[in-house]
Design a protein around this ligand. Structure first.
Ligand SMILES: [Fe+2]
Ligand SMILES: [Fe+2]
Length: 275
C-alpha cells in the first residue's frame, strides 16, 4: 500500500489582495486530478493572516475547492514569526494570533498514522515563543515520537530545519533557529524523521541530510528573486507529491501545475515590501 500526499505550501491567500488566488486554483486543480490521499498545506497559507485575520478565513474558504482531506500547519505569515530572530521586521507570534489560526484551521500541531508511517506536523513558530502552547507542543512531540514504535516518521513543518546539515548554527529567518532545533530533537529523543517536509523558502529542493531526506515544497504563489534570496533549488511555482510506502520506502517529486504563472514577488510591490 502506498499513501500519497500532495504538499502545497506558501499559498499566500487573501481576499483583499487576491494576486495569488489564480495560481492556487491552478495548483489545486492539478493536485485534485492526481487524487492524493491527503493534502497538507505547510504554512503561509494566508498573505498576512498574522495582522489581518480576514486573510485566514478567506484562505480557509478557498481551500474548500479540495474534495479531499486537507490538513495544515501555520507559517510566519499566518501566526507571526519566532521572537528570537534578530532584526526581524515581522510581527511576533502571540497567543491571540495563534488562537485566530487554530479557531479557523484546527490545532497547529497534530499527528496521523498511515500504513507504515506516522505523520507529525508542527507549528515552527511556537518554539522559543514562551507561550504556554510551546510546552504543550513539546510534550506532544515527546509522546507521539515515543509511541511511533516501528513506524517511520514524516515531519511536516513550515521552516526547513537547516540548509544542508544539522551541524549548522546560523540564526536567521530562513531556517528554524538552532535553539529551536535543539528543543525539537530533545523531544524526539534518539529518533529522527525519515522525511522532513517544509515550505517557507519558496523553492523546491530534495536532499539527503545527516537527519534524513529534506524536501522543500515550492510556493503555489510566487518565487523570490536571486537579488533577495540565494538559489538553493528550483524557483518555480507548483507542489510536491510524496509517496509513502508501507514498507518504509518513499519518494517525493515536484509537480508543475497547468496554467500557473511563475510570479516573481518583485513584480507585486503591494503584496509585501520584502519577504
Ligand atoms: Fe511564504
Ligand atoms: Fe514563511
Amino acid at each position: 500500500m502506498t499513501f500519497r500526499i500532495a504538499q502545497i505550501s506558501d499559498t499566500h491567500l487573501s481576499g483583499e489582495k487576491s494576486f495569488f488566488v489564480g495560481n492556487f486554483e491552478c495548483v489545486a486543480r492539478t493536485a485534485i486530478a492526481a487524487r492524493p490521499d491527503l493534502v497538507i498545506n505547510t504554512g503561509d497559507i494566508s498573505l498576512d493572516g498574522a495582522n489581518n485575520p480576514s486573510d485566514l478565513s478567506e484562505a480557509a474558504r478557498l481551500h474548500r475547492i479540495f474534495d479531499l482531506p486537507v490538513r495544515s500547519v501555520p507559517g510566519n505569515h499566518d501566526v507571526g514569526d519566532s521572537p528570537e530572530i534578530p532584526n526581524s521586521k515581522e510581527s511576533p507570534i502571540n497567543a491571540a494570533r495563534r488562537e485566530a489560526f487554530v479557531s479557523i484551521f484546527g490545532n497547529d500541531w497534530w499527528s496521523l498514522d498511515v500504513p507504515g508511517w506516522r505523520l507529525i506536523a508542527l507549528n515552527a513558530q511556537l518554539f522559543g515563543s514562551g507561550l504556554s502552547a510551546e510546552a504543550d507542543q513539546l510534550s506532544f512531540i515527546e509522546q507521539t515520537v515515543a509511541e511511533a514504535d516501528q513506524r517511520k516518521i514524516a515531519l511536516f513543518i513550515h521552516k526547513p530545519l537547516f540548509d544542508e546539515s544539522d551541524s549548522e548554527d546560523v540564526l536567521g529567518g530562513r531556517f528554524l533557529p538552532p535553539a529551536s532545533r535543539r528543543q525539537l530533537w530533545g523531544a524526539f529523543g534518539g529518533r529522527r524523521p525519515a522525511l522532513i517536509a517544509s515550505g517557507h523558502v519558496h523553492q523546491y529542493r530534495s536532499i539527503e541530510s545527516d537527519c534524513g531526506r529534506c524536501v522543500w515544497a515550492p510556493s503555489t504563489a510566487y518565487f523570490i528573486p536571486d537579488s533577495r534570496q540565494p538559489r538553493y533549488g528550483l524557483k518555480q511555482v507548483g507542489f510536491v507529491m510524496h509517496e509513502l510506502q508501507e514498507s518504509g520506502g518513499h519518494q517525493s517529486r515536484f509537480v508543475q501545475a497547468a496554467g500557473a504563472a511563475d510570479f516573481n514577488i518583485a513584480d507585486f510591490p503591494n503584496a509585501y515590501a520584502k519577504h
